[in-house]
Design a protein around this ligand. Structure first.
Ligand code: NAD
Ligand code: UGA
Length: 463
């Protein structure tokens, strides 16, 4: 029976996932550990508004469990030593060097965790892959644990996470399914059952699926690939809608009512972002290539190619519409997060659209309700397209949306934050340069109402 959990990695997955386990399993002690001291300090901040991650409902859960059975600390060794089960929830970014650069997942943080668990563990442990990993990673983890450990017994499970940011707490409280992959040995089955028993505290047994380890690892990459593929499919059609006079929202609705297709993930956008879709598809492409399956690799790579095209064509359409030059023109960007209800900006389409506009020497004014200024500059600096000084001279960040839109030639809506719909658009129009343009990359605003005010509008996927 699992009584003490250690989770290595206090990020977007480790933090919320463990908070919900602590909430639903008051008899289990949950230690969430991380090397990043600032992050742990923020998780321990008395003011729950200062948690490092913004997710609706998360502060309430953390407030309820923290100090009771949920603890955040940098003492990784101690937490591993105490635990019956160790979740690995560290980041697995795309490799930026060496073999597989730009495609394969960088597993250095995973390997470091495995080595640390092996060296610290003095009692048997269940080691659980929570991070998204290439199929057959459990084999490598198992080798490290067995060859560098102190002779204690380890069982390795794959338990990928399917939460989406912005709805993480709801997704965790009420998951579509929980997936647990384990070895098909007696000990493997016992370990999987121990983890099933944890989830059974709040998830219906029929939603807890058990598989072999490789199926579980591959299912996670597959789920993300399928979701991203739907977005790229509808985005491909958005461009065709624009040239033919169709409306992609109407097309989505029409096809989504077919129960075989389903209505979710058919919202056309300026392009998908987030830390995982691109990384996981690139990883799938790399795995397929490494087994010599070039047609399989090419098929999935197209999802990324289309997504890059969507971001670029959105930016280029702004330039074209503003009389083929944006040099010296002010453009407001509403929304920097990769989707609403999160402060996460990783791979956000906004970063790439801003970058294209800055390349054309536009002056960009950004507003986002949850993203901090230092994060926006760090995202732009990371691209290394311009110097830090150039970015600071061309970009201003505003804490007030009306201020951000004042005196600009155009507004680009890049995140679907609900509050954008409620703005006083007449007031925004009155304070803009004319003609006043709105480029709606999320099909969020009422285009007719904007046109009545006097705006020239572009809505993604509408001809
Ligand atoms: P993240 O970057 O927010 O968090 C990872 C944390 O791990 C960081 O705080 C980092 O400091 C810490 N870390 C790295 N190495 C460590 C070590 N050796 N010891 C202690 N701490 C260490 O990443 P994330 O978004 O939480 O994603 C984690 C994994 O979960 C990835 O594999 C990702 O693909 C997967 N995933 C993410 C989401 C999501 O919505 N973000 C959803 C499902 C799955
Ligand atoms: C996604 C998956 O939905 C999760 O199941 C998975 O656990 C997670 O990746 C992960 O592995 O990290 P997330 O990236 O947080 O979750 O958010 P999504 O809701 O999937 O949105 C991803 C991107 O696609 C966003 O930029 C969003 O705006 C865009 N999107 C989504 C669209 O453009 N159209 C849609 O119809 C849906």
């Amino acid at each position: 029976m699992i009584k003490n959990i250690c989770c290595i990695g206090a990020g977007y997955v480790g933090g919320p996932t463990m908070a919900v386990i602590a909430l639903k399993c008051p008899d289990i002690k949950v230690n969430v550990v991380d090397l990043n001291e600032a992050r742990i300090d923020a998780w321990n901040d008395e003011n729950l508004d200062n948690l490092p991650i913004y997710e609706p409902g998360l502060a309430e859960v953390v407030g309820q469990c923290r100090g009771e059975n949920l603890f955040f600390s940098t003492d990784v060794n101690n937490a591993i030593a105490e635990a019956d089960a160790v979740f690995i929830s560290v980041n697995t970014p795309t490799k930026t060097y060496g073999v597989g650069k730009g495609q394969a997942a960088d597993l250095k943080y995973i390997e470091l965790c495995a080595r640390q668990i092996a060296s610290v563990a003095k009692t048997p442990k269940i080691v659980i892959e929570k991070s998204t990993l290439p199929v057959r990673t459990a084999e490598a983890i198992s080798n490290i644990l067995k060859n560098t450990g102190n002779g204690v017994e380890f069982q390795i499970l794959s338990n990928p996470e399917f939460l989406a940011e912005g709805t993480a707490v709801q997704d965790l409280l009420n998951p579509d399914r929980v997936l647990i992959g384990g070895e098909e040995t007696e000990e493997g089955k016992k370990a999987a059952q121990a983890l099933v028993d944890v989830y059974k505290n709040w998830v219906e047994p029929e939603k807890i699926l058990t598989t072999n380890v490789w199926s579980s690892e591959l299912s996670k990459l597959t789920a993300n690939a399928f979701l991203a593929q739907r977005v790229s499919s509808i985005n491909a059609l958005s461009e065709l809608c624009e040239v033919t006079g169709a409306d992609v929202n109407e097309v989505s609705k029409a096809i989504g009512t077919d129960s075989r297709i389903g209505s979710k993930f058919l919202k056309s956008s300026v392009g998908f972002g987030g830390s995982c879709f691109q990384k996981d598809i690139l990883n799938l492409v790399y795995i397929a290539k490494s087994y010599g399956l070039s047609q399989v690799a090419d098929y999935w790579e197209q999802v990324i190619i289309l997504n890059d095209h969507q971001k670029k064509r959105f930016a280029m359409n702004i330039v074209k519409t503003l009389f083929n030059t944006v040099s010296g023109k002010d453009i407001a960007i509403l929304g920097w997060a990769f989707k609403k209800d999160t402060n996460d900006t990783r791979e956000s389409a906004a970063i790439y659209v801003a970058d294209e506009l800055l390349n054309e020497r536009a002056c960009v004014k950004i507003y986002d309700p949850k993203v901090k200024e230092h994060q926006m500059f760090s995202d732009l600096d990371y691209l290394k397209t311009r110097t830090t000084e150039e970015n600071r001279s061309l970009v201003t960040v505003s804490l007030d949306p009306y201020e951000a839109c004042k005196d600009v030639h155009a507004i680009a809506v890049l995140t679907e934050w609900d509050e954008f719909k409620d703005y006083d658009w007449q007031k925004i129009y009155d304070n803009m340069k004319k003609p006043a343009f709105v480029f709606d990359g999320r099909a969020l605003l009422d285009q007719e109402q904007l046109a009545e005010i006097g705006f020239v509008t572009y809505k993604i996927g509408k001809g």
